[in-house]
Design a protein around this ligand. Sequence first.
Ligand SMILES: Cc1cc2nc3c(=O)[nH]c(=O)nc-3n(C[C@H](O)[C@H](O)[C@H](O)COP(=O)(O)O)c2cc1C
Length: 277
Amino acid sequence: MKSIILYYSQCVTGNTEKIAKRIAEGLRSGGNTCDLIKLRKYARDLELVRTIDFHTYDLLGIGVPVYYFHPPYHILHLLEEFPRLDGIKGFLFCTSGGNPGSTLYQMKLVLDKKGLKIIDGCDRWIGHDVHQMYSRRGGHLESSAGHPTEEELEQARRFGERLIEKARDPDTPEKTDFWTRDNESARMWTFEGIQRWFPEFKLNKDKCTRCGKCAEICPVDSIILDPYPRWTKDCDRCYICELMCPEKAIECDWSKQCDYIESLMERRKKIKEGDIS
Ligand SMILES: Cc1cc2nc3c(=O)[nH]c(=O)nc-3n(C[C@H](O)[C@H](O)[C@H](O)COP(=O)(O)O)c2cc1C
């Protein structure tokens, strides 16, 4: 059996990449093949997708990190540009800090229109969450530290192995049970809402050396050097540019988001202790 996995994963954490590699390992068992392709930048990926002959594969897998209870928006747009996938079986997966929202459901909505028959998926794998919202909490969501664990990675490998049988069986039904998982958080956090609520990019020109790392790393090519970095359009708000700037010259104001996280954590603690319902 011939399969292919396309995945996106941030370079700082690489959680989805770790899971994708293990699924591929499982899919390669018994002499089967699996091509593993890392998505990097929207424009380049669009070209790449146009060169792939998907109909030479029996199975197509797509993996993403969860961004604000959704797939990264640029990946959703990329899926919209995929060719027809009739006759091919598919599976979807993601990693999240613990709340995948409606990520896989939204991907399925797009891929259904392409004719891909989705036979399996998993949105339960956790990945170390280092979003800057947690900067006051040591720079990460504590409960996600150490994930994906070796146990989760082994689950991913077995998931890949099981997929071989499922993909071979012509009677394998379409996977529908968890696709309806559409939650309140996902409905609340619209693309426009995210653009409004998260901080604007602020550049400290005294620190910036115009090295271009931010532009190089931005997955949607939102940043141009003019001659200093300038953000040209709405992006996925992944803030990888801020995180990876070697001079720490991108200084977003995270105080509002950090305050929000603190009040959320406080509320959760009280609920756990039975102080409030
Ligand atoms: C911009 C951004 C938004 C995120 N939004 C969510 C979210 O809504 N729910 C969640 O559980 N985790 C969220 N996370 C955590 C990531 O989904 C998680 O760490 C994931 O494993 C990252 O995968 P990667 O290392 O492959 O990029 C977010 C992380 C980032 C950077």
